[in-house]
Design a protein around this ligand. Structure first.
Ligand code: COA
Length: 260
């Protein structure tokens, strides 16, 4: 598969997707959204990949937002279509992917960039990262799920303030808010993210997939997360990995999971 604006590497069951438009601070134009959608679909099905890391190229930006030059002349209908298409093909898709997706936020994560990081399962930032949803400064509101995911992650009051003021917060503030899980020096960002990815890879893939879905069920309209958890918990008992995990514990050895 040829991509215009992203790079992909796969090593030791970890795929790293790098958004590669550094001269535009990795702003999300349509071609980049399309590249990302295709890549997540393919990597989601690739048995050699257990965890996906998403990052931006260059030292300055993860993603500085949706590409403003592309939508500056849009109509009401085109604006709604832009948000609907992006949410469905990429942002919601990442959130409900079976495999863990970690955002490695290496610089500015603004507007659609922060929304992309928030659609990932969790976030790790470098100390220079800055995050914000500045859409109201352009006469817009966030359109890729930002009004929903930001309050889920940091609470309603802080989300209201961040969105209404269009202000950026530092990586340290994001850590304090619970928007990112860790803050590390920029030179160590990818190696640190890989360490976390490999901790995940040691565990049973089917169980991880069900855990993602059960946690997401808590935030989905019309779903009872407790009921989902009961069913998913039960299903785990039918897997070879459950037999392996429990046998390995009782035999005092390390489990070797196959994903079956
Ligand atoms: N859409 C399109 N182009 C963007 C962009 C975006 N969201 N963010 C940055 N760029 C482009 C700039 O236009 C500039 O391109 P040029 O060199 O062809 O003029 C290039 O990326 C570098 O950005 P620049 O603004 O010169 O860098 P800076 O260091 O002075 O400022 C930011 C960095 C992030 C503060 C600034 O780029 C910015 O505010 N970007 C927009 C953020 C935003 O509102 N995002 C939400 C969009 S919904």
């Amino acid at each position: 598969m040829n991509y215009e604006n992203i790079l992909i590497s796969i090593e030791d069951k970890v795929a790293t997707i790098t958004i590669n438009r550094p001269e535009k601070l990795n702003a999300l134009n349509k071609a980049t959204i399309s590249d990302l959608s295709k890549a997540f679909k393919l990597l989601g099905k690739n048995d050699d990949v257990r965890v996906i890391i998403l990052t931006g190229s260059g030292e300055k930006a993860f993603v500085a937002g949706a590409d403003i030059s592309e939508f500056a002349n849009y109509t009401i209908a085109e604006g709604a279509e832009l948000a609907a298409e992006g949410q469905e093909s990429l942002f919601d898709y990442i959130e409900s992917l079976k495999k863990p997706v970690i955002a490695s936020v290496n610089g500015f994560a603004l507007g659609g960039g922060l929304e992309l990081a928030m659609a990932c399962h969790f976030r790790i930032a470098s100390v220079n990262a800055k995050m914000g949803l500045p859409e109201v400064s352009l006469g817009l509101i966030p359109g890729y799920g930002g009004t929903q995911r930001l309050p889920q992650l940091i609470g309603k009051g802080r989300a209201m303030e961040m969105i209404m003021t269009a202000s950026m917060i530092s990586a340290e503030e994001a850590l304090q808010y619970g928007l990112v899980n860790h803050v590390v020096p920029q030179t160590e960002l990818l190696s640190f993210t890989n360490v976390i990815a490999h901790k995940i890879i040691k565990n049973a893939p089917f169980a991880i997939n069900k855990a993602i879905k059960a946690i997401n069920a808590n935030f989905a309209d019309g779903k009872n997360g407790f009921e989902y958890e009961i069913k998913a918990f039960g299903k785990c008992f039918g897997t070879q990995d459950f037999k392996e995990g429990t046998s390995a514990f009782l035999e005092k050895r390390k489990a070797v999971f196959t994903g079956k």
